[in-house]
Design a protein around this ligand. Structure first.
Ligand SMILES: [Zn+2]
Length: 330
């Protein structure tokens, strides 16, 4: 009986489910038609149906189920505390309901934290006990892994790296602060900056007035040589360098991984990011690759490797973890 766990990603517009073997092999991956927007009961019904189908197909070796969700998790009660993208899920006992239906342990986790754990298990931070991940998507998510475990903080709210301040007087953020990293390094921010710069480039102006305006099309315009579009990604790098520099100074971790859709613009934002990192973090400057730091310990800042599957892998890892935690230690 081969051990496997189920990872679920509720973070996007669709529900995704994967069965992962104990050694990290992907056994099955399903993208379910259910739109998360159709509501809690429809999503839970289809999720449980799909997982039951995988149990039938793969046998009785299911260790546990990890579910990555956008929002803040009440770790003590296994409920969503606050999730603007999942109306109706707050204070609903998701984990006990699914455990009851499927007879396997279920653990809920913030999706960015799950992605950090996935990259630690099987991606860019494989082999590292400590890391920090920043996910550049519609917003900017973060996760911190210490000693191989997600660092939750006092009540599950740690790792909100998208809301560290990089510019005290910057644009207002949904969180209430001004000048958060998310206001410069998310896909939403790239699109906002594109609209702000239409006076500087006819091509950007033409793009910004169409539905084709995305972080990706702004990137393509920058790659084609548009100066104003290029400057947007320099701004992304500037903000990331400031934000990550503060984390390096505070935590002195060996590995910082940048993932999410906007991370595919790495070639355009990385030079400005590393310039800021060096200028603003003396800890980074003293430990950057190439420095003699003692015992070969350096600070690495690199791209994620698992793409949009990081959260699925991390959630599955949590499924194994919970099963292990439930078993008495020998
Ligand atoms: Zn914010």
């Amino acid at each position: 009986m081969a051990r496997f766990a189920i990872g679920v990603d509720l973070g996007g517009t669709n529900l995704r489910v994967a069965a992962i073997a104990y050694d990290g092999r992907l056994l099955e991956k399903l993208t379910l038609g259910t739109e998360v927007g159709r509501g809690r009961d429809a999503v839970i019904d289809e999720m449980c149906g799909a997982i039951a189908g995988l149990q039938l197909k793969l046998g009785a070796g299911l260790d546990g189920i990890g579910i990555g969700v956008p929002g803040i998790i009440d770790m003590d009660r296994g409920m969503l505390r606050e999730s603007p993208n999942l109306p109706g899920w707050d204070d609903y006992p998701v984990h006990t309901e699914i455990e009851r239906r499927l007879g396997a342990p279920v653990i809920l986790e913030n999706d960015a934290n799950a992605a950090a754990l996935g990259e630690t298990w099987l991606g860019a931070a494989r082999g590292f006990d400590h890391m920090c991940m920043i996910t550049l998507g519609t917003g900017v998510g973060g996760g911190i892994v210490l000693d191989g475990k997600i660092w939750h903080g006092m009540n599950g709210m740690a790792g909100e790296l998208g809301h560290v301040t990089v510019d005290a007087d910057g644009p207002r953020c949904n969180c209430g602060n001004q000048g958060c990293l998310e206001q410069y390094a998310s896909a939403t921010a790239v699109m906002r900056m594109a609209r702000e710069k239409i006076g500087e480039s006819e091509a950007l102006k033409a793009l910004a007035s169409t539905p084709r305006l995305t972080a990706r099309t702004v990137y393509e315009l920058a790659k084609s040589g548009d100066r104003a579009a290029h400057a947007i990604f320099e701004r992304v790098g500037w903000a990331l360098g400031i934000g990550i520099g503060s984390m390096v100074n505070a935590l002195n971790l060996p590995m910082y991984v940048i993932g999410g859709g906007v991370a595919s613009s790495w070639d355009l934002f990385a030079p400005a990011m590393f310039e800021q990192l060096q200028a603003r973090s003396f800890v980074y400057d003293a430990t950057k690759p190439g420095e003699t730091t003692g015992a070969g310990k350096v600070t690495l800042v690199t791209r994620a490797q698992l793409g949009s599957d990081a959260g699925l892998y991390g959630a599955a890892r949590l499924g194994f973890g919970k099963a292990e935690a439930l078993q008495p230690s020998i």
